[in-house]
Design a binder for this molecule. Structure first.
Ligand code: NAD
Length: 330
C-alpha cells in the first residue's frame, strides 16, 4: 500500500504527524510518500501543486491530507478541488458521531449519522468568471454525478438503518430537481425508506433532532456547510474526519481547515486527523481499525484533551497517548 502524506498548511503540519504516529502504531507495511503542497509552497515557489505532484499522487493508492490555506486570489488554483477532480473522488463521506464524554452545542449524544456529499460538481465546478461588476459561478448537476452519489448513499444506507434523507433546494434552484429525482428513483430501486428536506430546514432540524437521521445525501456546497455545522453537534471541528472516495483512489482529510488563528501553537486537536486514519484502515478492510475508537475513549476519559475541548494537552501529547494505547493493545 502506497500512501501519499500531505500535511499542507497551518495546523495540517501539526495534526498529520500525530495521525502518522497512530498509523505507525499498527505496524502495517506502508510505503509513505511525503509531498509538500499548498499555500506555503505557493508563496515560496509560485506553484501550489505541479503536474508531477499529481502524477506522484496517482501512483499511490490513498492519500492522508491535513489542510491547505486557500486564498481568494484568482491565480491560485485550489489544490483540493484539483485533486478531487483529477482522482475522480466523487463521494465525500463525513460521519457525525459523538465521542464518549463530549457533548456539543445541542448538549446531546444520541445521534450517529453520515453526510454523503457529492464531491465533483455543484457550485464547486470551477467554472466561473470574476469581474469588477459581475462575478458568477456555474452550478453543475448531472444525471451521472447524481446517480453515482445516490448509489453510494443507498449502498451505505443498506449497511446501516436502511434510511436516506435527500437534502436539496429544488424549490428555488431548479437544477436540484434532477438531483432529487435521481436520488428518489435510486432509493426506491434499492428498497430504501427515504424522505427529502430543503437544506435550510435541514440545518435547523440537524441541530434540533439529529437523532432522526442516518444517511444524508446532498450536493457539494450544502454538504460542505452542513458538515461543518454538524461539527458543533459533536463538540469541535477538531473531531470530525472525512473520506473522499472514488472507484480507484481514496483520500482522507479532517473536515477542518488550516486554522491560521491557532497554527504554530501546538494546540490543534489531532483527533479528526486520527479518525481519518481509522477511515483509511476501514477502507483497506483492516478490522483492527476499531481499536482507534477505544484509544480515543481512553485518552478522553484520562482528560488528555486539547484547549478546544477545555483541556491543556498539546497536539503531540494527544497523538502520543492514542498511539501508546494502540501499541499496548493492538
Ligand atoms: P478552519 O476549519 O481552519 O477553522 C475554523 C475554526 O475552528 C478556527 O477557530 C480554528 O481554530 C478552529 N479549529 C479548526 N480545526 C481545529 C482543530 N483541529 N483543533 C482546534 N480548533 C480547530 O476554517 P477557516 O478559519 O474558515 O479556514 C482557514 C483556512 O483553511 C482557509 O484558507 C480555508 O480556505 C482553509 N480550509 C481548508 C480546508 C481543507 O484543506 N480541507 C477546509 C476548510 C477550510
Amino acid at each position: 500500500m502506497k500512501l501519499a502524506v500531505i500535511e499542507g498548511d497551518g495546523i495540517g503540519r501539526e495534526v498529520i504527524p500525530a495521525a502518522v504516529k497512530v498509523l505507525d502504531a499498527f505496524g502495517l507495511e506502508f510505503e509513505i510518500v511525503p509531498l509538500e503542497l499548498g499555500y506555503t509552497r505557493w508563496e515560496r515557489t509560485g506553484t501550489a501543486m505541479s503536474s508531477e505532484d499529481l502524477d506522484t499522487i496517482k501512483g499511490c493508492d490513498a492519500v492522508l491530507f491535513g489542510a491547505v490555506t486557500t486564498v481568494p486570489d484568482p491565480s491560485y488554483k485550489s489544490v483540493l478541488l484539483t485533486i478531487r477532480k483529477e482522482l475522480d473522488l466523487y463521494a465525500n463521506i463525513r460521519p457525525v458521531k459523538p465521542l464518549p464524554g463530549i457533548t456539543g452545542v445541542a448538549g446531546r449524544n444520541d445521534f450517529d449519522f453520515i453526510i454523503v456529499r457529492e464531491n465533483t460538481e455543484g457550485l464547486y465546478s470551477g467554472i466561473e468568471e470574476i469581474g469588477p461588476e459581475l462575478s458568477w459561478t456555474k452550478r453543475i448537476i448531472t444525471r451521472k454525478g447524481s446517480e453515482r452519489i445516490a448509489e453510494y448513499a443507498c449502498k451505505l444506507a443498506k449497511e446501516r438503518k436502511n434510511r436516506l434523507t435527500i437534502v436539496h433546494k429544488s424549490n428555488v434552484l431548479k437544477s436540484d430537481k434532477l438531483f432529487l429525482d435521481v436520488c428518489r428513483k435510486t432509493a426506491a430501486a434499492y428498497g430504501i425508506e427515504y424522505g427529502d428536506m430543503l437544506v435550510d430546514s435541514m440545518a435547523y432540524s440537524l441541530i434540533m433532532h439529529p437523532e432522526r437521521y442516518d444517511v444524508v445525501v446532498t450536493t457539494n456546497l450544502f454538504g460542505d456547510i452542513l458538515s461543518d455545522m454538524c461539527a458543533a453537534l459533536v463538540g469541535s471541528l477538531g473531531l470530525v474526519p472525512s473520506a473522499n472516495i472514488g472507484d480507484r483512489y481514496a483520500f482522507f482529510e479532517p473536515v477542518h481547515g488550516s486554522a491560521p488563528d491557532i497554527a504554530g501553537k501546538g494546540i490543534a486537536n489531532p483527533l479528526a486527523a486520527i479518525l481519518c486514519v481509522k477511515m483509511l484502515l476501514e477502507w483497506m478492510g483492516e478490522s483492527r481499525s476499531r481499536i482507534i475508537d477505544e484509544a480515543i475513549a481512553h485518552v478522553l476519559q484520562k482528560k488528555i484533551i486539547t484547549p478546544d475541548l477545555g483541556g491543556t494537552a498539546s497536539t503531540i501529547e494527544v497523538g502520543n497517548a492514542v498511539a501508546e494505547y494502540i501499541v499496548k493493545n493492538v
